[in-house]
Design a protein around this ligand. Structure first.
Ligand code: ZN
Length: 458
């Protein structure tokens, strides 16, 4: 007799890396941390028994989202910074990395992780300051996390003032703390905590530091995570400093390869696009965040050239369902049509399997499939805005949202139930993050002799 840990029955299953195989009234069996059987209800092997049976008609089960570019601590910026500048690190009058202490970073990172997990992200790829403390704190919620301290050799206390001064000692300290992080947490928490190399951006890292990162990545096999052509300021600085585009600079430094996950990729030259496509790197597309900032990656051209694209929330609402919808709508705005190239299954793949592939985790996460790790999300579709449910994936992408998530499983363990995080005290996380945010913004306002929300200072 086959005895399972969990048998989910009666839900609609979105399977395959593109989510284009739909199984109605299905079954999904989990043993330990893996999916061992998936199919229709009538295909459950005779004699199967399960320690726990979840009979859930009216629900949709998908792979957990792989959110490839986040700064969980920057939930701090909610409601304010998005209306002030293109990114907090470059904006005056907002808190910066050196303004946030370790306890505050942990409180805010846990809030970002709580939001992302509750909304269906089972993997976050995250970087900011105090990663040695935020990585284990985020993983405590049950998430899978790739993390790194934000590293750079620019003096980040001056960038928002428009001053870029590079100091190799800063870069060396960042590399040393990343190696410490690697030793302490890579492959930890049962394989859920992982480390990558996160040079902040071409303009905040010297070419020498970028070369060191490329060397370290080749030596360790670690992913490299960065921002790329996020602003015209970055492009202009690199042209002046290195005489090329940021993409060409990364290629010259040895970073343009399949280990690289680069966010934004907005201000690309025509020559940059084939370089990105041919390199095997992954573009971390942030459609909602970039639309809010008034600029957008040329995703239709990138995709047509063969570039890999995965989706991310960056520091905005950690809702990947919403991000799928934005990716689709924005591509249609850019191409001026509805076409077979940009359909719900395309953005679902970008939100799941493409992120898994970028992390070298293809087949392990990012798809509901036999032998994959049991990272999955259950959406409650028994709601007016999701009825009638005729095309499940189309309905999820166009009409669903993070608040429709009912259950989340990571590594076969249930971490969200009835929409609530199960391993932590969510009310305490919210209270601690609120207190931390108020303290940080108060200090920032005092430092700038301006009251909270005084946007005349920008
Ligand atoms: Zn970012």
């Amino acid at each position: 007799m086959l005895v399972l840990d969990l048998l989910i029955v009666g839900a609609t299953l979105v399977t395959g890396t593109r989510g284009d195989e739909i199984i109605h009234d299905g079954h999904l069996a989990i043993e330990g941390n893996r999916i061992v059987s998936i199919g229709r209800r009538e295909d459950i092997p005779d004699g199967t028994d399960a320690a726990r049976m979840l009979e859930i008609p009216g629900r949709l089960v998908t792979a957990g989202y792989v959110n490839v570019h986040t700064h969980a601590v920057l939930s701090l910026m909610r409601g304010i910074a998005v209306d002030m500048g293109f990114a907090p690190a470059y904006t005056r009058g907002v808190p910066h990395g050196h303004d946030v202490n370790e306890d505050e970073a942990v409180a805010l990172a846990r809030l970002g992780a709580l939001e992302a997990l509750s909304f269906g992200s089972t993997t976050m790829v995250d970087s900011w300051v105090h990663a040695h403390a935020t990585l284990p704190a985020m993983a405590e919620l049950g998430l899978r996390v790739w993390s790194c301290t934000r590293f750079h050799d620019v003096d980040f206390t001056r960038v928002h003032e428009g001053v870029w001064v590079h100091d190799p000692r800063i870069g060396d300290a960042c590399i040393a703390s990343t190696i410490d992080l690697l030793k302490a947490h890579h492959g930890g928490a049962g394989g859920r905590t992982n480390v990558m190399l996160a040079p902040h951006a071409p303009d905040t890292c010297s070419e020498e530091l970028l070369r060191k990162v490329a060397h370290l990545s080749a030596e360790t096999g670690l992913n490299v995570w960065t921002h790329l052509s996020q602003s015209r300021i970055e492009n202009d600085l690199i042209l002046k400093r290195s005489g090329c585009t940021p993409t060409q600079l990364l290629k010259r430094a040895g970073l343009l390869n399949d280990k690289l996950i680069a966010a934004h990729c907005i201000f690309l030259s025509e020559e940059d696009i084939p370089l990105i496509a041919d390199s095997g790197m992954t573009v971390a597309h942030v459609p909602k965040g970039n639309a809010t900032g008034g600029a957008m990656a040329p995703t239709p051209s990138l995709r047509e050239a063969g570039a890999r694209i995965a989706l991310a929330t960056d520091n905005l609402t950690q809702d990947m369902t919403e991000v799928m919808r934005w990716a689709l709508a924005v591509a249609r705005l850019q191409t001026g049509k509805v076409s077979t190239e940009w359909q719900p299954e395309d953005v679902y793949e970008m939100a799941t399997a493409a992120g898994a592939r970028a992390l070298g985790q293809e087949g392990r996460i990012g798809a509901l499939a036999v032998d994959a790790l049991a990272d999955l999300v259950v959406f409650d579709m028994r709601k007016p805005h999701l009825t009638p449910l005729l095309d499940p994936l189309g309905t999820l992408v166009h009409d669903g949202c993070g608040r429709d998530v009912e259950h989340v499983f990571v590594d076969g363990r249930q971490v969200v139930g009835g929409g609530e995080a199960l391993l932590v005290n969510a009310a305490a996380i919210r209270a601690e993050a609120q207190a931390a945010a108020e303290a940080i913004w108060e200090r920032t306002a005092a430092a700038h002799h301006a009251s909270l929300g005084n946007r005349d200072q920008v």
